[in-house]
Write a protein that binds this ligand. Structure first.
Ligand code: MG
Length: 402
């Protein structure tokens, strides 16, 4: 029988929150006051609202790197978000931080992404350049603050400040000025909670590693080329020493799981030292530090940079990825221009949304309404919508039914 490890030997987590964690009982609060939930804390309520949102369900059909329908095994925004939540919760728990708010931030962090990943976001940003631009982080906040329409008492999901603070990872200064309390830290150059900081790192750990896995599966990168990368080679050597004759599928998994593990351990160890040095007494002190306390060691930062540069060159800029993203960008561009030229082709609900925003903010509002409609589309919905509008073979009424 396998000898079981003593869990206490491997984790310093004792079930208590540290004094500088997000605390659901001392939350800065929600935009609209509500009674406290029963049998759940405030951050669990946030997480539950996110999981039950339409935007969360749409993540299943949105591209991470590879367009959604290209293969059933590739990561989608949904599976990516679940992987981020898994990594973030482990780190949060180990550091005595609030696991529930961490999970809520992780599950919501990509809600504002357009269809077709970064190509879609760049295309939509170009379309919106005269109307305030498009940033997926701000769009994620817009989804949870305004666009989800299901509660009787308020627009959006009415999440706590701490979850919203974590969702808004980056923000241009001009946009931050319009966002009230949640945008202040970009003007003051202060930092968010440790839960928000670590979720941002977990996002990076997740995509750097799963993009290797997807890239190999798609045949765009090879094991041989990856052996030039120190982070990969170190784990390859360890696995190869321990096992002989592993098939490629098991070999790559054994390497990637170890890569995730060493990055997580490095992040925890380095951040723990930073936190100890800062001698924190409250979350207010976390927010007012001169630099973020969550960090990789210098050597891991270097290795991670090498990996990111590799992925940029070999994967994200591969001609086959470019061909796909070019088409995707063309779809977004064509849809935006078709809608702005002729509002009458917008579905009723989208048109109503655009008209409400137009009444408030004229042309800028109108364009924002169209951008909301397009950003909310899944990959396949955007393609179908494009077909409906531009393919003359789809002139029959049946094909026009949404
Ligand atoms: Mg992400």
């Amino acid at each position: 029988m396998t000898k079981r490890n003593n869990p206490d030997k491997h984790s310093s987590y004792n079930g208590h929150l540290v004094a500088y964690a997000c605390n659901d009982k001392q939350s800065i609060g929600r935009r609209f006051n509500e009674t406290h939930p029963t049998y759940r804390n405030e951050y669990q309520r946030d997480r539950d609202r996110i999981i039950h949102s339409a935007a969360f369900r749409r993540l299943e059909y949105k591209t991470q790197v590879f367009v959604n329908h290209e293969g059933d095994l590739f990561r989608t925004r949904l599976t990516h978000s679940l992987e981020v939540a898994q990594i973030a919760r482990s780190i949060s728990r180990e550091l005595g931080l609030h696991e529930d708010v961490t999970e809520a931030i992780a599950l919501a962090h990509d809600l504002g992404h357009t269809p077709f990943g970064h190509a879609g976001q760049t295309a939509l940003n170009n379309c919106m350049k005269d109307f305030g631009g498009f940033e997926h982080n701000i769009q994620s906040l817009r989804v949870v603050d305004k666009l989800e329409q299901k509660y009787a008492d308020f627009d959006g999901l009415n999440l706590t400040f701490e979850t919203r603070e974590g969702i808004l990872k980056h923000c241009a200064i001009n946009n931050a000025k319009k966002l009230g309390d949640i945008g202040l830290r970009f003007l003051d150059k202060t930092y968010p909670s440790l839960e928000a900081q670590l979720t941002d790192y977990s996002d990076e750990i997740a995509y750097n590693n799963h993009d290797i896995d997807d890239g190999i599966r798609y045949g765009l990168i090879t094991m041989d080329s990856l052996l030039k990368i120190e982070l990969f080679r170190e784990q390859y050597d360890i696995v190869n020493k321990r096992y002989t004759g592993l098939d490629d599928k098991k070999l790559i998994h054994e390497i990637i799981r170890r890569m995730i593990n060493v990055m997580v351990i490095d992040l925890i160890d380095t951040s723990r030292k930073n936190i100890a040095k800062a001698n924190l007494k409250s979350i207010y002190e976390v927010r007012n530090q001169k630099q973020p306390l969550m960090a990789f060691s210098d050597s891991m930062t270097e290795k991670k940079l090498e990996l990111k540069q590799f992925l940029r060159k070999e994967l994200y800029q591969h001609y086959r990825v470019h061909r796909m993203t070019k088409k995707a960008a063309d779809v977004i561009d064509a849809l935006f221009n078709a809608f702005i030229d002729d509002l009458k082709i917008l579905p009723t609900e989208a048109l109503e949304h655009c008209n409400i925003l137009k009444d408030k903010h004229s042309d800028k509002g109108l364009a924002r309404g169209i951008s909301d409609y397009i950003a909310g589309m899944t990959d396949r919905y955007a393609i179908v919508e494009y077909e409906r509008i531009f393919n003359p073979r789809q002139l029959s009424f049946v094909n026009l039914i949404p």
